[in-house]
Write a new protein. Structure first.
Length: 533
């Protein structure tokens, strides 16, 4: 299309994107927007500020960006009929995403005009479409070259015992040589304290609360959480090793935790998770299994209480308050965070027990039902694999972003304030993603080992009719082996009104078991108590 040629455009928009690497190589946001505005003026288009969409510091490898999502929504709503970019790779470096977005979604479905300031093509013609596809292929190729180059550099660092990606974990800081780390003494003491408290019997949540109460904060100055404590307690880097892509190797940094202590913590952690985390010694049948359906926080427990009161005539009487399961998110962060109501212990547990009896009654002895359980396990494996892939991609993008900012800073192309603020934010996000990734990977590994043991299922079925006669320990074992997790919800009735009976929603994901229980466990023999289960 020749410069000055008029197009029937009613509402043009500009899209611009940068990563830190782009910002220091002459394609800054201001440059992109300015050049697009100048070309729009040649066409006679006016583009107001609200139709300028900017993603600052986002990778072009996928379309998970806030402003590109907002632009797509505006196009779908008919608010934009032309999109301008400075260069095609500003839109995306993934050829599939580029072609599907521009040719299919925008041009074909919504009849949107697409223009690049630096590349002359017209997607309304066969030749223009061919040129567009070639340019998209080059952008994709360039991304792959950068990725391979980055991967080789990381592997080389890892082989040399240096940290391949991201910032040092809490307890360490940067060494003089890129990729090396040195201990921060004050933080190292906190790391040691975390391991010590865990071996004393405290869980991740209680350790976090204790550290926060004592005034300790993470590297970025944030409060400690279950996830950040778990990340420290499961990170073998503290034993003097380096990690890359799931592999550990000898590192050049000093250890904060000896290998024996680290291994002891992992053994304790596995033992706790095997029996349902905080369920040890708890009188609550579903402790450690329930999550809020809305905010995904664990459900806390509130024991029942008795209160002595006096009547006007002076005689005493006793009132009983029910025990409840409480949303952990609402409990820790307040009513504005989550509005899940308190759920009576007896109501929820009776509901779940009835569901257990319905599912694992006599029908599980039928071959078809056993196959259904196997199919459900396969479905859960597939779901976990997809979640893990998304988290791995997200972590990789954060790592690449941090590395670009580090390289730019080392070249003197960024000031310290801007570099520090952006990298700190990226590191905090990556630490949370790493913790989630580790947790999902463990769940996936366990799920892949699961098999439905038909003989054991029949044994369970025979016991359910005599549920009332089973000991509390055996009941909890059955619940933990049969149920993966439970998501519950109840509409809050407001302060002081949670005692009213309202309908509860209960979603159960079954099949937590990874192996068959010994027969003695189901019969409640004395040997069960000795196992510590």
């Amino acid at each position: 299309m020749a410069i000055g040629e008029k197009l029937e455009v009613r509402a043009a928009a500009i899209y611009a994107r940068v990563s830190s690497e782009d910002q220091v190589s002459g394609t800054s946001l201001d440059d992109q927007v300015d050049k697009c505005l100048k070309q729009a003026a040649v066409y006679g288009w006016e583009i107001p500020q609200e139709r300028i969409f900017i993603d600052d510091g986002y990778s072009g490898s996928n379309l998970e960006r806030p402003q590109i999502s907002r632009l797509r929504q505006a196009i779908a709503a008919g608010e934009v009929d032309c999109v301008m970019v400075f260069k095609l790779d500003r839109l995306s470096r993934n050829i599939r995403d580029t072609v599907n977005l521009v040719l299919e979604e925008w041009s074909k479905t919504h009849k949107v005009v697409f223009r690049s300031v630096t590349e002359d093509f017209n997607t309304n013609s066969p030749l223009g479409t061919l040129i567009f596809s070639i340019l998209a292929s080059f952008a994709h190729f360039e991304r792959d070259v950068i990725r391979d180059r980055t991967e080789n550099g990381r592997r080389r660092r890892f082989g040399q015992g240096r940290r391949a990606v991201a910032a040092p974990p809490f307890g360490y800081t940067y060494g003089e040589v890129a990729g090396t780390m040195v201990i921060v003494p004050a933080q190292a003491e906190v790391v040691k304290r975390i391991y010590h408290l865990y071996l004393k019997g405290l869980g991740f949540h209680k350790i976090a609360m204790q550290l926060n109460a004592a005034g300790y904060r993470t590297t970025g100055g944030a409060l400690w959480t279950d996830h950040s404590i778990r990340y420290v307690a499961t990170n073998e880097v503290y034993t003097g090793k380096v990690k890359y892509s799931g592999e550990y190797g000898a590192g050049h940094h000093d250890a904060i935790i000896d290998q024996e202590t680290f291994d002891a913590v992992q053994e304790v952690r596995k033992d706790r998770e095997w029996i349902g985390g905080r369920t040890v010694g708890s009188p609550w049948l579903l402790a450690g299994l329930c999550r809020c359906k809305k905010c995904d926080h664990m459900m806390f427990t509130q024991p029942g209480t008795e209160s002595k009161r006096k009547r006007k005539d002076g005689t005493e009487y006793v009132t009983y308050n029910h025990a409840y399961y409480l949303c952990g998110g609402r409990y820790k962060k307040g009513n504005s965070f989550c509005t899940c109501g308190h759920i009576r212990q007896d109501v929820l547990e009776e509901h779940v027990v009835q569901r257990i009896k319905m599912r694992f009654g006599a029908q599980v002895t039928e071959e078809q039902s056993v196959q259904t359980l196997q199919d459900e396990i396969a479905g859960q494996v597939k779901e976990l694999e997809a979640t893990l892939l998304r988290l791995e991609q997200a972590v990789q993008e954060k790592e690449q972003a941090i590395e670009r900012w580090e390289n730019a800073f080392e070249r003197g192309e960024l000031n310290a304030d801007r570099f520090g603020a952006r990298v700190t934010r990226l590191e905090q996000e990556m630490v949370e993603m790493e913790a989630q990734r580790e947790q999902v990977a463990e769940e996936l590994e366990g799920m892949k080992k699961k098999q439905v043991n038909v003989d054991w299922m029949r044994k369970v079925s025979s016991q359910l009719d005599s549920w009332a006669l089973l000991t509390p320990v055996v009941k909890k074992q059955l619940a933990n082996y049969l149920i993966d997790h439970i998501r519950v919800w109840k509409v809050s009735q407001g302060k002081g009104k949670h005692k009213e009976e309202t309908e509860i929603e209960v979603d159960i994901v079954w099949n937590r078991a990874e192996r068959a229980l010994p027969e003695g466990d189901l019969e409640g023999e004395p040997a069960l108590e000795a196992t510590g289960y």
